[in-house]
Design a protein around this ligand. Structure first.
Ligand SMILES: C[S@@+](CC[C@H](N)C(=O)[O-])C[C@H]1O[C@@H](n2cnc3c(N)ncnc32)[C@H](O)[C@@H]1O
Ligand SMILES: Nc1nc2[nH]cc(C(=O)O)c2c(=O)[nH]1
Ligand code: SF4
Ligand SMILES: [Mg+2]
Length: 240
């Protein structure tokens, strides 16, 4: 009986290792946003997002165009943003980390909208190898991650795609990171926090541009509300 159970377990493991994720970019850098700012991290940027934020800085990840499927070696060799992606298994992801000589122990799963797919097998496999996981999500899809995965929810209000934030996402969030450029964005966030009775989750405001106006609004609003500032450090120091 035990043998059968073990065999089943091995089969399940086999399935996980063969499961593939659509990856637009895979790189090592410094986390530039939110609570983990400054943390060396490996970024997995998944392809596909239907939410349609007009100010999105990763529009090259929106479409999943099957004709733009490329081998993972070509995806790793990309030197500028483009919408080609590779279908990479969990085992291959781990092999790439080794082959690239990555040192970071923290993995940031972003996109695109990574929660369009079940991320539990990926998180579990990474955590089994000693990595910590973080997901960056708009909270418009059910968040399927490991229990210990750090969840950064960046709620989106009235975006083109018509997607709305899920209550379960607001509740699962370890941090809420809200991009702001106008007073309306601040009001939208306040309304969301009230609607979902969010009181203790750390709130970050992230200026939508590096211009003085958006940054000043974020600074003033953070001080007024005892929220935190997230300035996308990577954009100031010119790293990925
Ligand atoms: C590109 S998104 C990908 C993950 C997921 N789709 C989301 O929106 O959270 C990663 C983070 O960047 C933020 N972001 C996107 N474009 C931005 C911009 N122009 N300025 C500031 N933050 C931005 C998002 O709000 C989110 O917190
Ligand atoms: N350095 C760096 N930090 C980041 N934090 C969140 C990012 C994202 O695009 O999700 C990001 C990114 O693209 N680069
Ligand atoms: S949800 Fe995230 S990836 Fe999608 S458009 Fe908005 S910021 Fe970009
Ligand atoms: Mg980014």
């Amino acid at each position: 009986m035990l043998l059968i159970l073990l065999q089943l377990d091995d089969k399940a493991k086999g399935k996980v290792s063969k499961l593939r994720y659509k990856i637009n970019e895979l790189f090592e850098t410094i986390q530039g946003e939110g609570s983990f700012t400054g943390q060396p991290s490996i970024f997995l940027r998944l392809q596909g997002c239907p939410v349609g934020c007009s100010w999105c800085d990763t529009k090259h990840t929106w479409e999943i165009n099957e004709t733009l499927l490329i081998p993972s070696t070509d995806m790793l060799a990309k030197r500028k943003e483009d919408d080609r992606w590779a279908n990479v298994s969990v085992d291959e992801i781990l092999e790439i980390f080794n082959a690239q000589g990555f040192q970071a122990k923290h993995i940031v799963i972003t996109g695109g909208e990574p929660c369009m797919v079940d991320l539990r097998p990926l998180c579990n496999a990474l955590e089994a190898k000693g990595f910590s996981c973080q997901v960056e999500t708009s909270g418009t899809f059910e968040i399927l991650v490991s229990e210990s995965c750090w969840v950064t929810v960046s709620p989106k209000v009235n975006m083109k795609g018509g997607y709305e934030i899920l209550t379960s996402a607001m509740q699962r969030a370890n941090e809420i990171k809200h991009p702001v450029a106008t007073e309306q964005h601040v009001d939208d966030l306040k309304a969301l926090l009230v609607k979902h009775s969010i009181e203790d989750t750390p709130v970050y405001l992230q200026p939508i541009s590096q211009k003085d106006r958006a940054t000043k609004l974020a600074i003033d609003t953070c001080i007024e509300n005892n929220w935190r500032l997230s300035v996308q450090v990577h954009k100031y120091i010119g790293i990925e």
